[in-house]
Write a protein that binds this ligand. Structure first.
Ligand code: GLU
Length: 283
């Protein structure tokens, strides 16, 4: 079986060292096995995605010496695919429209908490005659979904670095599958595209580990194959703190434009070293 990995950045900002690390791991895993390394631009968020971020991402990857195979996939050009999947889930009776604002949900005293914050309290579940002319998102009725997936809670598993992980999507509650402002959510689009692109190994940071519980459920509901997962530790600075945008670390673009050698930087990261100055660049 040919190994296929991908790097799937959202062009809502410039890339940082953490992105570089993830792209390197995904790229190197494919290359080590004569596999394919794909690039997918996750630009379904039309309000925050920008073409100039896409251009910078491509330049950054080339600068790091990471070449992708085949055409770049843009999620914004694949909306009919996501709509078809939503239609399927809707026909199965698994979706309901939700009119709540973030403030409504935050104000709900009954909202339980899951690994990713407040779980939707189900306010709009079972509305009699929803007025679809009002702004709404579509949520997955988690209880109904789990009731029809064979083996949910027992046999619904994925493999992470080869180890079996039991999927527990119930912890996420009624997740959003189509947003008010976008015809798909991250969870739906990523699950469909990984399958459509024949991705065999999803290499991404542990910050998305919780999301995989949901992706595994969607695979079961939509009859999609389950890739192998390789969630990797996030890059952290010398103080053990995660390197992220908010730390004031320079973007890859800033390093590239400063004349730094990108390939040498990639090799440094592979050797477990951070570039000089990153620690002091932190706030
Ligand atoms: N687009 C997501 C991000 O930039 C990553 C998606 C994924 O690797 O599954 O955080």
């Amino acid at each position: 079986m040919m190994v296929v990995t991908r790097f799937a950045p959202s062009p809502t900002g410039r890339l940082h060292l953490g992105h570089a690390w993830s792209a390197i791991l995904s790229h190197d895993f494919a290359r080590a096995q004569d596999g394919r390394f794909l690039l997918r631009i996750e630009d379904i968020d039309g309000t925050r995605s920008r073409p100039e971020h896409v251009e910078a991402i491509l330049a950054d990857l080339e600068w790091l010496g990471l070449r992708w195979d085949g055409d770049i996939i843009f999620q914004s050009q694949r909306l009919p695919l996501y709509e078809a999947a939503l239609g399927r889930l809707r026909a199965m009776g698994l979706l309901y429209p939700c009119f709540c604002t973030r403030a409504d949900i935050a104000a709900s005293t009954t909202a339980p908490h899951g690994p990713e914050g407040a779980i939707y309290p189900g306010t709009c579940r079972g509305l009699g005659a929803p007025d679809l002319s009002k702004p709404h998102c579509w949520r997955l009725d988690m209880a109904k979904a789990l009731a029809i997936v064979p083996g949910a809670g027992k046999e619904l598993v994925w493999h992470d670095h080869g180890a079996s992980v039991l999927a527990t999507p119930a912890l996420a509650g009624d997740v959003v599958l189509a947003r008010k402002d976008a015809p798909a959510s991250y969870h739906l689009a990523v699950t469909i595209d990984d399958a459509a692109q024949g991705v065999t190994h999803v290499v991404r940071g542990t910050d998305l580990f919780h999301a995989t519980h949901i992706h595994r459920l969607l695979q079961a509901l939509l009859d999609l194959p389950t890739p192998e997962y390789r969630h990797h530790a996030l890059l952290s600075g010398p103080d053990g703190q995660r390197l992220a945008k908010r730390d004031g670390a320079p973007t890859l673009e800033a390093m590239r434009l400063s004349g730094m050698d990108g390939r040498a930087l990639a090799d440094q990261l592979r050797a477990g070293l951070l570039p000089v100055g990153i620690a002091s660049a932190k706030a």
